[in-house]
Design a protein around this ligand. Structure first.
Ligand code: GLC
Length: 587
């Protein structure tokens, strides 16, 4: 392969800053936050499902990795129809995961190690097993109990058509009709709205009682000492008045990538343009809710924070969730869905920083979570980019594992070099891929069932973590049981196979996180390397005292002599950065 002429130090000169250092010092502005998906992190009791004692037992792994905070997906009482995102009691722990005492112990253990804890709040919908929904079912149409949810009469003379044409994000209609009762009127039983599974009825945020209840839930966990909340479906709670018909199909993850930014039709912010523009999303009314929650958090000491999970594009709409009196951070899904393309990445980074700077909020960066195909698998697909975010089935084209891991490591090193706050999904520090060939009979995601298997669903990224390579269940828990099977490759990627091993993905994350902290990258400014700002292959920028350089092209990029390489996502070849490799340099 031909090499370009070596870069000189002059070639790496910084251009004008495109982002100024963060003004104030709240911890969440530059935190690296690790997502624990409790059922798949570590199993303490041997039932094959992870739990809170499992998390407590592994806190030293997180401390050693060097993250600042942990966000835990839901562990509340739940029938687990959507893996806990169907909450039956917002103030208690599901026995599957332990007890409130186990939670307190986990929280204390984290705080002792200087790790903050963010819990998940699911306010758009409850479980159908929540006492409120059970009361609503027992009560008459028009009652106060029904008004906590979105019950409506059906359309048509007999009321047997759904109240509108909305589709569930998990597939099928967004309305379910109640069973007939003797006191039904001429329109028969009512229907209730569920943007997700039929076991997840949407709450009515026009009802003041719903507001009071959730403020109380916030206080319950703040009083226990949590440092913040990740707010589920933060763009969905308020629906357009009259619930008008909409012909679009709401999707949590659109999974499509539009043309590169050179396409005149592509959104200027480098986002996918997929958007969620229907009458169930991103309504102005949601912002008043976040203003009131902001005030609740301010009653507590210590910079507690709210993080929006809002699949909203373009980024200028997302920025409205993090205005100074609303939430503190929002997941940057425009970054997550960006393809492995130098121009697109530069655009999404610039626009993200600009847009969030304009409202005084930190930009966040994220590549994986429990809802999307892990980036080590995503980037190994022939169709590079955000395609197939929703899961990969055994019958789909399979990712190239080696290419995927190589690009994932390069993408991670680029991400951790960006100022702001970054999210790491459990297992990505081991370079884990999805299980891309799960048999149908073990799948559990409701989206698989509601689409009759047309969508594989998200189980592939939720496989229990390997801690001890080759042990039963790769050391997930004491019994060797795992609620989903692990792919064979997890034995080699287990944590114990990587600790202290030079060049392992774990050690790359650890080194990068250590440098990120030492160099204060999270609160630094950013300036593009001018000479490479139009390169189709290279993304390069200055941050703090470091140059981050990612080579996405086929041709190796030769570095100036005397360059100090601080960390690299792959081995350099004769002083050149090979294809799909990122380096942090001191020049
Ligand atoms: C969020 C969660 C996802 C869940 C959905 C419904 O998008 O991240 O896992 O299925 O909300 O609560």
């Amino acid at each position: 392969m031909t090499r370009t002429a070596p870069l000189t130090t002059d070639d790496l000169t910084a251009g004008a800053p495109v982002h100024d250092p963060a003004a104030s010092g709240e911890w969440w502005r530059d935190a690296v936050i690790y997502q624990v998906y409790p059922r798949s992190f570590a199993d303490g009791d041997g039932d094959g499902i992870g739990d809170l004692p499992g998390v407590t037992a592994k806190l030293d792994h997180l401390k050693g990795l060097g993250v600042d905070a942990v966000w835990l997906s839901p562990f509340y009482r739940s029938p687990q129809k959507d893996a806990g995102y169907d909450v039956a009691d917002y103030r208690d722990i599901d026995p599957l995961f332990g007890t409130l005492a186990d939670f307190d112990e986990m929280l204390a253990g984290a705080h002792e190690r200087g790790l903050r804890i963010i819990v998940d709040l699911v306010p758009n919908h409850s479980s159908d097993q929540h006492v409120w929904f059970q009361e609503a079912l027992a009560a008459a149409p028009g009652s106060a109990a029904r008004d906590r949810y979105l019950f409506r009469d059906g359309r048509g003379p007999a009321g047997d058509e759904p109240p509108n044409n909305w589709q569930s994000i998990f597939g099928g209609p967004a309305w379910t009709r109640l069973a007939p009762r003797e006191d039904d009127g001429p329109l028969g039983p009512q229907w209730y709205l569920h943007l997700f599974d039929s076991s997840q009825p949407d709450l009515n945020w026009e009802n003041p009682e719903v507001h009071t209840e959730f403020e109380d839930v916030l206080r319950f966990w703040l009083d226990r000492g949590v440092d913040g909340f990740r707010v589920d479906v933060a763009h969905g709670m308020v629906k357009a008045a009259g619930l008008p018909d909409w012909d679009g199909r709401a999707a949590m993850v659109e999974g499509t990538v539009d043309e590169p930014a050179t396409d005149p039709a592509a959104p200027e912010d480098g986002s996918t343009g997929a958007g969620n523009q229907g009458p169930m999303f991103d309504q102005d009314g949601v912002h008043e809710i976040y203003r009131s929650w902001h005030r609740v958090l301010e009653e507590y000491p210590g910079d507690r924070c709210l993080v929006a999970e809002a699949w909203v594009e373009p980024l200028s709409r997302l920025a409205r969730y993090v205005r100074p009196d609303e939430m503190h951070q929002a997941f940057n899904f425009s970054f997550l869905t960006a393809p492995w393309d130098a121009a697109r990445l530069r655009t999404v980074v610039s626009v993200s920083l600009d847009t969030m700077d304009a409202v005084g909020a930190p930009t966040t960066w994220v590549l994986s979570n429990h809802d999307v195909v892990r980036h080590a698998s995503r980037f190994g697909l022939a169709e590079i980019g955000g395609r197939q975010l929703n899961g990969i089935a055994a019958t789909d084209p399979q990712p190239d594992a080696e290419l995927g891991l190589r690009r994932a490591r390069a993408a991670t090193l680029l991400m951790l070099g960006l100022p702001g706050s970054a999210y790491v999904y459990q297992g990505e520090e081991l370079g884990l891929p999805d299980h891309t060939a799960l048999p149908a009979e073990v799948r559990q995601d409701p989206s698989f069932f509601r689409t009759d298997g047309a969508e594989p669903g998200r189980d592939g990224c939720r496989v229990p973590l390997p801690w001890v390579g080759g042990a039963p269940g790769n050391g997930f828990g004491p019994s060797g049981r795992t609620w989903l099977p692990q792919p064979g490759v997890y034995a080699d990627l287990a944590a114990d196979q990587q600790y202290g091993v030079a060049g392992s993905t774990y050690e790359m994350y650890r080194t990068a996180l250590e440098l990120r902290r030492a160099e204060k990258i999270g609160t630094a400014g950013l300036a593009w390397v001018d000479a490479l700002a139009g390169s189709p292959d290279v993304v390069a920028f200055h941050v703090a005292g470091v140059v981050v350089l990612a080579n996405l092209g086929a041709t190796p990029v030769a570095l100036p002599a005397e360059t100090d390489v601080l960390v690299a996502s792959g081995d350099l070849v004769d002083g050149a950065v090979p294809s799909d490799t990122t380096v942090w340099l001191r020049v």
